[in-house]
Ligand binder design. Structure first.
Ligand code: ADP
Ligand code: ADP
Length: 227
């Protein structure tokens, strides 16, 4: 069960007393597709990064399942992350990029092989396993990033604007792939975007943020219906 409780969480950077995330409080449901929206600088990424363990929490607690994760490093949180700028290893092949996390976990070689091939098949990357990231298109690179996340079999997927560097056509295609992935994997997705269409088509629920505060949490229909 990967319910996530974000319990009255604050983020203050040491440089200022002003909180960039204030009293963020909500429960993310198991298996839901939750999307954070709001203008640039409102605190979406910071919140996601605190869930991921990439950013220290100034005040409050984050629980994944029933485990308090405030002091757990990202690799121990049962999460996988996908970012805007792929973050692939340029000198590794597609295969090695996807396999990387599994190698760190010292899984047996045949298991790694099998998991990577399964992910590659699901993402239509079979033909590209020997290539380097520089020999791939933007969409293919983003699929490698997804592949690397999938093979970890996490209970939670955290995505920060994963499609914003892609052209419009690819964005639509990848949007569909991510929706499909969420259905197939049956795990919790938390997704940051400033794209209203992405939020409307993907989300079970939307969190609208402004100036570090939650303004609204509701279904896409409710958030985007004109009152
Ligand atoms: P969003 O993802 O909604 O665009 P962010 O979470 O990236 O917003 O940023 C929220 C606020 O925190 C912004 O005002 C940003 O300038 C500030 N901020 C982000 N990272 C740092 C940092 N490392 N040091 C100081 N301020 C930061
Ligand atoms: P090491 O460098 O530790 O010897 P290898 O690069 O030989 O590891 O690969 C480890 C495993 O990953 C092997 O089972 C190999 O078949 C598989 N593998 C590595 N690269 C590829 C690739 N590009 N395509 C398919 N399988 C690969």
């Amino acid at each position: 069960m990967a319910t996530i409780l974000i319990n009255h969480v604050y983020k203050r950077y040491s440089s200022s007393k002003h909180a960039v995330v204030s009293d963020f409080h909500m429960e993310i449901k198991d298996k839901e597709f939750l999307v954070f929206v709001g203008p640039s600088g409102c605190g979406k990424s910071t919140t996601l990064r605190m869930i991921a363990g990439l950013e220290e929490i100034s005040e409050g607690e984050v629980y994944i399942g029933d485990r308090l994760v405030n002091d757990l490093p990202p690799k121990d949180r049962d999460i996988a992350m996908v970012f805007q700028n792929y973050a692939l290893y340029p000198n590794m092949s597609v295969f090695e990029n996807i396999a990387f996390g599994l190698r760190l976990r010292k899984l047996p070689r045949h298991e790694i092989d099998q998991s990577v091939r399964r992910a590659a098949r699901a993402l239509e990357l079979d033909a590209y396993l020997d290539r380097k990231p520089s020999q791939l298109s933007g969409g293919q690179r983003q699929r490698v990033a997804l592949g690397r996340a999938i093979v970890r079999s996490p209970q939670v997927f955290l995505m920060d604007e994963p499609l914003s560097n892609l052209d419009a056509k690819l964005r639509v295609q990848m949007r569909m792939e991510i929706i499909k992935l969420h259905k197939t994997l049956g795990v919790t997705f938390v997704y940051v975007t400033h794209d209203q269409v992405e939020a409307m088509t993907m989300a079970d629920r939307i969190v609208v943020m402004k100036d570090g505060l939650i303004q609204q949490i509701d279904t896409p229909e409710a958030v985007y219906s004109t009152p």
